[in-house]
Design a protein around this ligand. Sequence first.
Ligand SMILES: Cc1cc2nc3c(=O)[nH]c(=O)nc-3n(C[C@H](O)[C@H](O)[C@H](O)COP(=O)(O)OP(=O)(O)OC[C@H]3O[C@@H](n4cnc5c(N)ncnc54)[C@H](O)[C@@H]3O)c2cc1C
Ligand code: FES
Length: 564
Amino acid sequence: MDGLSPNGKASPFADCRPNGALGHGSDDDSTQLPLYHKPRDYVEASVCHVKDLENGQMREVDLGSGRALLIKEHGEFSAMAHKCPHYGAPLVKGVLSKGHVRCPWHGACFNIATGDIEDFPGLDSLPTFQVTLPLPPPRRCRLLNTFSALQSQKRSKPMARCSAVINSSTGFSHVLIIGSGPAALVCAETLRQEGFTDRIVMCTMDRHPPYDRPKLSKSLESTAEQLRLRSMEFLQDHDIELFTEKEVVAIDVKTRSVTFEDGLRMEYRKLFIATGSKPKPMTYKGKDVRNVFHLQTPEDANSVARLANNKNAVIVGTSFVGMEVAAALTDKAHSVSVIGIETVPFKKALGEKVGKAIMKLFEVNRVKFYMLNELSEMIGHHGQLKEVVLKSGKVLRADVCVIGAGSVPATGFLKQSGIHMDSKGFITVNKMMQTNADGVFAGGDVVIFPFPPRNNKKVNIPHWQMAHVHGRVAALSMMGRATEIKTVPYFWSAMFGKTIRYAGYGDGFDDVIIQGDLDELRFVAFYTRSEEVVAVASMNYDPIVSRVAEVLGSGKTIKKRDVE
Ligand SMILES: Cc1cc2nc3c(=O)[nH]c(=O)nc-3n(C[C@H](O)[C@H](O)[C@H](O)COP(=O)(O)OP(=O)(O)OC[C@H]3O[C@@H](n4cnc5c(N)ncnc54)[C@H](O)[C@@H]3O)c2cc1C
Ligand code: FES
């Protein structure tokens, strides 16, 4: 499908080419081509005829000992690694537009000339290949790079090291970052990538180095090591000091210092607050009963998986996290029950029709729903959970319970700080992620920030991808290189081997236009506000969400009539 509408209407997507669908030539010839192992571990191969690729096309080509992505745009050839360094998506199925390729899975963007990551999620960039078109005819594209680039398929950007003389017991850091989630990590790495040579300290309540939090609810048995984003060695090699299990309990913006739970203090020149979210408090009886979890750490997820084995699991709340856990438990637990206050899951985020279709998927997979209902009490036996009582009076047998009923910003420790927060506790920042306090920046789940597509209304967008963007903008602002947030919000959720992808900001949508087949769970849903498409969600319809992100990211609007 080249346009948005399967009904063949003119599309605002003409500039963005989804390449998976472009009928690539076979790579047969490339596999038979001679390989030239050059000195110093280089690989060179002739991969295809120049005429095999038209402008705006991409093609995965084989160099014998690995594959690469060959691209032709505006008459120029370029080549880079073919897999997205985030979760390994085949970039050939992504969207090529205006000098970059957008990943089909979660929307990361890579510059086709440099391989640099230009939009998130993910931390790494792509190695590029030298492309030559030797004369005389027949002109074939030749690609050149090292074996290691071909094998690794990713690279991190060069980073500066700290040149300040540091005594690690010193209670001062030029940049102090609170948190070790994506906002924090991207901030630290961006500072080093941009040549920052002073001290960077990242302190976190977490026990582990930064890890892939979204996988907690999708892959319950993974250990912190398996989920790790960066190792301690990586951080040390780039002079990013990480203090784990180090909770900040207060900030004094006048003396530019923070106080930790153990009573120690640290002064800063610049501070970045990226403390994320914490579970929304719930009122119910039986709070001391054990085996009730909020999914916050790998240990929580591992315990839930272990306790649910052949037992009864109850999920309170139909948030994405709650539903993902329910899905992940169906092949382990004896029973999985979900309690929700709405008529269907995801009603507010995805609309009733999509919510209903997804609910059916869960029901087919043995999940029992108790909707329009609420938790009243947890009842234990010898302190261990045995029953969950609903407000309706219904009693469910339960050996383990996961509460996934939303979150609130983790800003309790800022109450006396003078840093501006809204009535819900979100830190308010400007477009450079600055707070009202001098030298204090904030980003990620914890902030509301001015969002250009909504006339700079301050919004909270608690996505993994957006936290990366905030971290980068904050780092550049700290270095006096003010830049603005230029991204399209993007998130995903995975259940039963299917992924919901979502781009845009659909808050307050007033209509949903669905194409495809909801019953077959192969659909795209356009969320509109007045006459404009403000967000899109899909299942089994790649790369539509990345294409819409591309259009919205270029500043164009998509009208409702374009998708009806
Ligand atoms: C189980 C789960 C699944 C998710 N799945 C998805 C998904 O599929 N897609 C998606 O887009 N988003 C998903 N999210 C949301 C996503 O993880 C968040 O949007 C993202 O992690 C926010 O990043 P952040 O850097 O703002 O904060 P976080 O990643 O939340 O990190 C906050 C950090 O601050 C630290 N901290 C907090 N308070 C203090 C303090 N007082 N002192 C010191 N350190 C402190 C914490 O220890 C932590 O290291 C999921 C979230 C969870 C919990
Ligand atoms: S796999 Fe490419 S952005 Fe996630």
